[in-house]
Design a protein around this ligand. Structure first.
Ligand code: SF4
Ligand code: SF4
Ligand code: SF4
Length: 267
């Protein structure tokens, strides 16, 4: 932790960056995002098991981009998100300094995007083990049972879109759900509209989800919507042998074709 604070101070004092994005303790003791612009306030930075939010979601916000050069505290999901955002030309890698955090919460020496790629390559890139277990149980169900299970989950959805807001890959200036000419998705939170919303969102994240689980954590009514995108991440791995967020030059899996691609999933 002291290493993180002293590195943040050094970066701000030398004006190498204009802001350090990390975590601080909120009034209730929970971790919340911190945007440190003054080296004297870098002592507020924390890093421990409370710091789970995927901070990469802020990198595409205009208010944050206006800072220019920035440093960001990044464990593996944040690093993978950054790779996706650079690949999708939403973030400029040269504007970012990565304050990488290892599995055991120590500061990593990530001097460049290619060093970060080397680190990511050595990590387990599958879905988190607790989610793998739930997905394995769901995959034992018949299609009818699975549909019914998800319908039950979707029935709780209040269409608050916190899941979308929490996801670093949902950076669209105007989300499809907010377009009303034509109206793609019903505004009301009803069975039909909720199902459409979740299918749409999952398909937009297919091949792009880096399995951080943030959308599910953000849901105020406890819908495990991250399992939908994680299931698709598994499918993308099975069919195309690609994990999202492993390079800053990734092509979009679902819009990149090769003549020898498998076609067994086309019915
Ligand atoms: S787990 Fe959810 S929040 Fe994280 S990248 Fe996937 S869809 Fe986005
Ligand atoms: S759900 Fe789709 S349209 Fe909406 S912000 Fe996410 S990727 Fe964009
Ligand atoms: S956060 Fe939960 S309740 Fe809100 S739109 Fe997403 S799934 Fe529905």
């Amino acid at each position: 932790m002291n290493n993180l604070i002293s590195r943040a101070k050094e970066l701000l004092e030398s004006k190498t960056v204009n802001v350090v994005i990390g975590y601080e303790a909120g009034p209730t003791g929970l971790a919340r995002p911190a945007f440190i612009t003054d080296s004297a306030k870098a002592d507020k930075l924390i890093y421990d098991e409370r710091c789970v939010q995927n901070l990469a979601v802020y990198l595409t916000k205009a208010e944050v981009k206006n800072f220019g050069k920035m440093a960001i505290v990044a464990r593996l999901p944040v690093m993978r998100s950054i790779m996706m955002l650079i690949s999708e030309q939403q973030v400029i890698g040269d504007n970012l300094i990565i304050l990488g955090i290892s599995e055991d919460n120590s500061l990593l020496d990530i001097a460049s995007i290619s060093v970060m790629q080397g680190y990511i390559d050595k990590c387990d890139l599958g879905n988190p083990s607790k989610d793998r277990e739930i997905l394995a149980e769901l995959n034992k169900m018949t299609p009818e049972e699975k549909f019914s299970w998800w319908q039950n989950q979707f029935s709780k959805c209040i269409k608050c879109y916190a899941c979308r807001q929490a996801c670093p890959m949902c950076y669209c200036i105007r989300c499809t759900v907010e377009v009303n000419q034509p109206q793609w998705i019903p505004v009301q939170a009803n069975a039909h509209g909720n199902t459409e919303w979740h299918i749409l969102r999952a398909m937009h994240l297919a091949g792009r989800c880096i399995s951080c689980g943030e959308c599910g954590r953000a849901c105020p009514v406890g819908i495990p919507c991250h399992l939908l995108t994680m299931q698709l991440a598994d499918q993308v791995w099975n069919y195309f042998h690609v994990h999202a967020g492993t390079s800053d030059k990734m092509n979009s899996v679902l819009s990149t074709y090769e003549p020898n691609d498998k076609e067994s999933f086309i019915i």
